[in-house]
Design a protein around this ligand. Structure first.
Ligand code: KIV
Ligand code: ZN
Length: 522
């Protein structure tokens, strides 16, 4: 690699497991976090921010385990600007071949008011905490939270302090998604020009998407001299989310003519990891989402299809294969065998052991019996519907609903709860309401339904319905998902899936001595 190409290399810092997971309802289990970290590592992500170790035992254990297992990525943990956080973070990441401590403090006037520090006191705190982190680890990232709303002079002052104290990466967060591309670029170039020691560190950009400009702002920051982009898969993250990894990576790849930068990401793995993150976080990808949306490469109108048949480039600026989308949507059916199913699932990014395949094959056959043609999207829905099954405390055994123009609609239901069979009949305002009431009668809970969403997976009246249900109880939010050709069955399974996740999450919280937010500044 030549000297000039090295300077155009943009480091990808993925924070799906930290900033992404902080999104209400996106909580992932320990094993889901390990799986996503492995996929990020394999895809060529340079730095994985694996969590916020002081937040809870669960976060600490996940970061420590990811640090132990990572093969090539740097493993980073988040810490507020105090010794307790930094020590805990180091304890978790020190097992990595390449560890990093990321410490931060809010520097804008609004954020300075939270710990009630004046500018000099805050400057002192930054000096002490970055020095402490650097004494533990030779790879230290420092972030002035809400940098884009921090006074320019003060920002230059604190960045210089952090560099002198030993920070090796300076991240400039647009915490509330307030900046715009021109400003984002100018801020980074201003810091590089004016702060002594700036040439010795990497500048990073960390954008939130509140005004829909996170991707543009991140790329503009790179044009201004940043060489690390912080991002998440599918743009997962609090409020409107973070910069989407797949968008910045593909933008630099496709428009290398005007953005001559490159990353180490294997883009053919994007689709698979996007699906996995959507499944484990319970945040479905919107159909028209750039790069990884279901419609991103679909051409339906006659004029588009005609153009595509003559030359794919007419309407495609990148090839579906480049992002890991199978070139064909080979239809499967009830005569398809186990080997064909295995190879199709591998193409879709699922590699299964023999026992898992056995279980999926049974469910595939049941689906193929009800549905003549089984498409890729059906198989993806089938795989998603099978998640968590092993640890489920509630299982749907049978359901019969009475619906139609004459009320009341009713549901006869049998559930297995911790292995014991229980049955009831409930009525409701429509079959879904009746069925949800039956679940509630069998397993009393105070969880509130926040979202109930139904989508047809494919076309036709025999299409599977995928249902997403989000529940909230005492501040804990979980999302459940399921698919079935019967919409009411899919709804009940999704509801039960959300409840199972809630029970699992409550167990985890019970085990954690404390669970704090990174915003509780101390
Ligand atoms: O958005 C933000 O400012 C953050 C910091 C912790 C880097 O996520
Ligand atoms: Zn953030």
């Amino acid at each position: 690699m030549t000297q000039s190409s090295q300077k155009d290399r943009v480091v990808i810092f993925d924070t799906t497991l930290r900033d992404g997971e902080q999104s209400p309802g996106a909580t992932m289990s320990h094993f889901e976090k390990l799986e996503i970290a492995e996929l990020l590592d394999e895809m060529g992500v340079d730095i994985i921010e694996a969590g916020f170790p002081i937040a809870s035992e669960g976060d600490f254990n996940a970061v420590r385990e990811i640090a132990r297992l990572a093969k090539t990525s740097v493993i980073c943990g988040l810490a507020r600007a105090n010794y307790g956080d930094i020590d805990r973070c180091w304890d978790a990441v020190k097992h990595a071949q390449k560890p990093r401590i990321h410490t931060f403090i809010g520097t804008s006037p609004l954020h300075r008011a939270i710990p009630n520090l004046n500018t000099d006191e805050m400057a002192e705190r930054i000096h002490e905490t970055v020095t402490h982190a650097r004494n533990l680890c030779d790879n230290v990232q420092w972030s002035p939270m809400d940098a884009t709303r921090t006074e320019t002079d003060y920002l230059c002052r604190v960045v210089e302090i952090a560099i002198k104290a030993g920070a090796t990466t300076i991240n400039i967060p647009d915490t509330v998604g307030y900046t715009a591309p021109v400003e984002s670029s100018e801020l980074i170039s201003m810091l590089i020009e004016n702060v002594p020691g700036a040439d010795d560190v990497v500048f990073a950009t960390h954008c939130h998407n509140d005004l829909g400009m996170a991707t543009a702002n991140s790329l503009a920051a790179v044009a201004g001299g940043a060489r690390q982009i912080e991002c998440t898969i599918n743009g997962l993250g609090e409020r409107a989310g973070n910069t989407a990894l797949e968008e910045v990576v593909m933008a630099m790849k496709v428009r290398g003519d005007i953005m001559p930068y490159y990353t180490g990401i294997d883009t053919t793995k994007l689709m698979n990891i996007s699906r996995r993150v959507a499944t484990v976080s319970g945040f479905p990808v919107q159909f028209n989402k750039s790069i990884v949306g279901k419609n991103a490469f679909a051409h339906e109108s006659g004029i588009h299809q005609d153009g595509m048949l003559k030359n794919a480039k007419t309407f495609e600026i990148m090839r579906p294969e480049d992002v890991g989308l199978a070139a064909t949507n080979l239809v499967m059916g009830k005569h398809s065998g186990r080997a064909a199913l295995r190879s199709k699932l591998e193409e879709l990014g699922y590699s299964l052991g023999d026992n898992q395949l056995k279980d999926v094959f049974v469910r595939f056959k049941a689906l193929a019996d009800r549905k003549k043609e089984v498409f890729d999207d059906d198989l993806i829905a089938l795989m998603r519907a099978g998640e968590d099954a092993e640890n489920d405390r509630l299982v749907l055994k049978s359901l019969k609903v009475l619906c139609g123009t004459e009320g009341p609609q009713s549901a006869d239901m049998t559930l297995l709860i911790d292995g014991t069979e229980v049955s009831t009949r409930a009525i409701g305002d429509g079959p879904v309401d009746a069925a949800f009431n039956a679940v509630k009668a069998l397993h009393g809970h105070t969880a509130r339904l926040q979202l109930y969403q139904v989508h047809a997976v494919t076309e036709g009246t025999d299409a599977q319905a995928t249902v997403t249900v989000r529940m909230e109880e005492a501040g804990t939010i979980t999302t459940g998902e399921s698919a079935d050709t019967d919409t009411v069955v899919a709804s009940v399974k999704a509801y039960i899936n959300a409840l199972n996740r809630l029970l699992m999450r409550q167990d985890q919280i019970g085990q954690d001595k404390k669970a704090i937010s990174y915003k509780d500044v101390s």
